[in-house]
Design a protein around this ligand. Structure first.
Ligand code: DGL
Length: 280
């Protein structure tokens, strides 16, 4: 039914999207949400373009099938590697109002205001870095800014495997912060361009000089969604409003609940879903 309102779908490859969803829910508490973490197939950041597109599209199709009318890819890797193809090629059979939005635009739009030196560092997954989307998009809005990218291939598994405060985490964060500082000594800000990374922020802070500001995407994305809904009243009317949130994971629900409750700061009770069954 193309006129039936549904929850806003929030998608991430795992737990990372919760750092964004937390801010969205705080700013826009009246809406219903369906959070889907593809924990069974995380990480996405080390996979090929074809695989990230396929996995993301399967999750997007699933969320539409659950009644969502608007889906936010709260995952930089999926946004950088799959969003454009999904928007341009995969939504033709959906009602015209149905939308999938990514997470890059809200940050790249204001990237010029995040740095005074004109040099900004960016931590992201290999997939996001190789896609080059931040460099390309930032150049449109702030051509005077140089974006220095650093891929951090092992940070997502640290988060997913609950090793945030471990010695391994300390070593791996130090390795990539040092590499970025060496590459870009003039940078005065660093963007955490992977939704998992705010969960490592204490360790990242410890290994970066005080003068370097750390920017997370949660609040920026939430504000941008609020503005978007104000500008798109037809779609806004299709977002149901009874302040209800459902959490789903393709992984183990019990594990998701323990980790997500800690990360999210309130009790999370998820259910395990089978994406393959939806495909069939
Ligand atoms: N949380 C995702 C992001 O923002 C990536 C995690 C992964 O590699 O699966 O990029």
């Amino acid at each position: 039914m193309s006129d039936r309102p549904g929850p806003i779908g929030i998608f991430d490859s795992g737990y990372g999207g919760l750092t964004v969803f937390k801010e969205i829910k705080a700013l826009l508490p009246e809406y219903d949400y369906l959070y889907l973490g593809d924990n069974a197939r995380t990480p996405y950041g080390t996979r090929s373009l074809e695989i990230v597109h396929r996995y993301t599209l399967e999750c997007v199709d699933y969320l539409f099938d659950q009644g969502c009318r608007l889906i936010i890819l709260a995952c930089n890797t999926a946004s950088a590697m799959a969003l454009r193809t999904i928007q341009q090629r995969d939504l033709d059979h959906r009602p015209a109002t149905d939308r999938v939005l990514g997470i890059l635009r809200p940050t790249t739009e204001i990237i010029g205001s995040l740095t005074r030196s004109g040099h900004i560092g960016l931590f992201a997954t290999e997939g996001t870095v190789n896609a080059g989307s931040y460099v390309i998009e930032a150049a449109k809005f702030a051509p005077e800014v140089t974006v220095h990218q650093q891929a951090c291939p092992l940070w997502v598994p640290l988060v997913e495997n609950d090793e945030i405060g471990s010695i391994a985490a300390d070593e791996l964060v130090k390795k990539y912060t040092n590499a970025l500082i060496e590459k870009a000594p003039e940078m005065d800000a660093v963007l955490l361009a992977c939704t998992h990374y705010p969960l490592l922020i204490d360790t990242i802070r410890k290994h970066l000089p005080e003068r370097i500001e750390i920017v997370s995407q949660g609040e920026l994305t939430a504000q941008s969604l609020k503005d978007y809904l104000q500008r798109h009243s037809a779609l806004e009317a299709l977002c149901s409003k009874s302040s209800r949130t459902v959490y789903q994971t393709t992984g183990d629900a019990e594990k998701f609940d323990v980790q997500a409750t800690r990360f999210f700061g309130e009790t999370v009770q998820s259910t395990e879903i089978d994406i393959a069954a939806n495909r069939g």
